[in-house]
Design a protein around this ligand. Structure first.
Ligand code: DC
Length: 224
């Protein structure tokens, strides 16, 4: 990893990866890299082009026309899609579902993995996603597989949506989470799986602070 430090946090949808990763990045003074947001930006492009989730050939053909870049403003990651700030457009269920499908595409993955690896060469990072410890940063200094019971994850997601004033059907959210996990864990390329040297953290009965402290503690020990 050279002189830069990398903390890799992988896990299923709604496990709290981004909340936790952001807090750790702040405590350590590292850059937070949300790789899901990059897959979501690409997915938004495919949706806007009228490409369907199962049209793998059209997705591959479209990849050379998509430019995704990342910048930081007040430590917040901004995702640019062909020069347009798409931060406020990518957090929908529709984009999440498309991202889960289009991220199975080889061209999509190789383009984004390259971008992620380049970021980690330049800066110390806390990077979250599905394949960071297994594929993007196999030599990361600390690897965590963060999970939680699917019902707990659905409850958390609904609380988030309701706090934003949006309606939420708990059963539907849990069903979507389980389906997305299945798709992310069973695709051919870099499926979601716990790296052999990753520490498993089940946050079902833990507070955010407890999870953050546990990971900071792992950093102190230098590794697993
Ligand atoms: O973490 P998220 O919900 O924003 O991710 C959206 C989708 O992107 C997820 O269902 C699978 C895909 N993804 C991926 O394949 N690899 C990553 N490193 C991050 C996300």
């Amino acid at each position: 990893m050279g002189d830069k430090t990398a903390i890799a946090i992988d896990g299923p949808a709604g496990a709290g990866k981004s909340t936790i990763a952001k807090l750790i990045a702040k405590r350590k003074g590292y850059i937070y890299v949300d790789t899901g947001a990059m897959y979501r930006a690409m997915a938004l492009y495919f949706i806007e082009q009228g490409i369907g989730a199962d049209e793998q050939e059209r997705i591959s053909e479209a990849v050379p026309n998509v430019d995704v870049t990342i910048t930081y403003e007040n430590r917040e990651q901004i995702v640019w899609l062909n020069g347009r700030n798409v931060n406020s457009l990518i957090r929908t269920e529709e984009v999440g579902k498309m991202a889960s499908s289009s991220s199975a595409n080889r061209e999509v993955r190789s383009k984004l993995v390259e971008l992620q690896q380049a970021l980690a060469r330049k800066e110390s990072v806390v990077m979250d996603g599905r394949d960071i410890g297994t594929c993007v940063l196999p030599d990361a200094d600390v690897k965590v597989y963060l999970t939680a019971d699917s019902h707990v994850r659905a409850v958390r997601r609904c609380e988030e949506l309701r706090a934003k004033g949006q309606e939420c059907d708990l059963d539907r959210v849990e069903k979507d989470i389980v389906e997305r996990d299945y798709q992310d864990m069973h695709r051919e390329l870099s499926p979601l799986t716990q790296a052999k040297d990753a520490v498993l953290l089940d946050s079902s009965a833990m507070t955010i602070e407890q999870v953050v402290d546990a990971i900071i503690d792992l950093c102190g020990r230098g590794a697993q």
